[in-house]
Unconditional design. Structure first.
Length: 363
């Protein structure tokens, strides 16, 4: 059996409790993993003067795979987001957000199985912004007027939305390759090209060109306007398979999809690049619950399922997923949030580590 070295970033708030539960479950599968712990987030500011020390990035670059708990970005550090900084530094261009039903968790639907593939490096999240009243904003306002592009009020803050051919092509190809590798049937490109003709219009043009290259793959292709997609996701979640989107839409729709399956507490995530991959739950650090052994570790554990598949440990991944389905479906040993969603009460719920114990018993 191959041995894997994985960078483990415990995170802030409930993060250490969640990652403890996750590592216990993963180790119980018998997969040989050495955890290389690297601290990041608000709790390391005093020691390192930054929430993202360079040695954390070095560890991920060396090991190629990392899994992390939720991280808090401290206010006033100069970081817009530690998570965004990790993605940019390592060029983790594909954000993978599977959303699938786990019967017994109290969700509105029980037949959802879709995947959000979000471009992770450009669009409005590229961070190219100009503060209201700044010299840069003034110049852009004058430039737009001189070029006949439109009138921007002089008291405006401005954010740019770059969409490139290369990065659009890269993410759409990733979506098709993912669909082929995972037995999927359809890729849907989501956009607002009817209005944003030069940015989303370019994304759609590239998506159609890439789809033509995969015409013999057996993967269907369609495109949908983003607002219509939001409506139809709620009305007909069974329609969707793999959705590929620019950054902002992907962020919004991945949370919408999480709501369809029961919330962020069971929504895993991965950020994939050409060289490295970082796996993480999609929720925040919930500091008010830290240290109380209450938090639901399912999203962290399902992120580990994605990691195990990435490492080629598919049998272990399948066993962990089956354990999660079994424990939640049985309903006796679940955390307070799931118990409340199902029964309206938290009576009979278990803590974070007891839930992990229940999973381990099924492995």
């Amino acid at each position: 059996m191959a041995k894997h070295t994985v960078t483990l970033i415990p995170g802030d708030g409930i993060g250490p409790e969640l990652t403890t539960a996750m590592t216990r479950v993963v180790e119980a599968t018998g997969v040989d993993i050495e955890w290389e712990v690297a601290e990041a987030g608000a709790d390391v500011m005093e020691k390192y003067g930054t929430p993202l020390p360079e040695h954390v990035l070095d560890s991920i670059r060396k090991n190629k795979v990392a899994i992390k708990g939720p991280i808090t970005t401290p206010v006033g550090t100069g970081f817009r987001s530690v998570n965004v900084s990790i993605r940019k530094e390592l060029d983790l261009y594909a954000c993978l957000r599977p959303a699938f039903s786990i019967p017994g968790n109290g969700a509105r639907y029980d037949d959802i199985d879709l995947v959000i593939v979000r471009e992770n490096t450009e669009d409005l999240y590229a961070g190219i912004e100009f503060k209201q009243g700044s010299e840069g904003a003034r110049k852009l306002i004058e430039f737009a007027a001189a070029e006949g592009a439109g009138i921007i009020r002089p008291d405006s803050g401005i954010s740019l939305k770059p969409i490139s051919i290369e990065r659009s092509r890269r993410i759409v190809k990733y979506a098709f390759d993912y669909a082929i590798a995972n037995g999927r049937k359809k890729v849907t490109a989501v956009h607002k090209a009817n209005i944003l003709k030069y940015s989303d219009g370019l994304f759609l043009k590239v998506a159609r060109e890439v789809a033509a290259e995969y015409k013999d793959s057996g993967i269907q292709f369609e495109d949908y306007i983003v607002d219509a997609t939001c409506m139809q996701l709620v009305l007909h979640p069974e329609w969707w398979d793999v959705l590929v989107l620019p950054n902002l839409y992907g962020d919004i729709l991945s949370d919408l999809a999480a709501g369809l399956i029961g919330g962020l507490g069971i929504a895993p995530g991965a950020n994939i690049g050409a060289d490295c991959a970082v796996f993480e739950p999609t929720h925040g650090s919930a500091p008010k619950y830290a240290g109380k052994d209450m938090a639901n570790p399912t999203a962290e554990i399902l992120s580990a399922v994605l990691m195990l598949n990435h490492l080629g440990e598919r049998d272990a991944a399948d066993r962990v997923l089956a354990a999660v389905r079994g424990v939640i479906g049985e309903g006796d040993k679940v955390t307070y949030d799931i118990k409340r969603s199902v029964t309206g009460s938290t009576d009979g719920c278990v803590g974070t580590q007891a839930y992990a114990d229940a999973l381990i018993e099924r492995l």
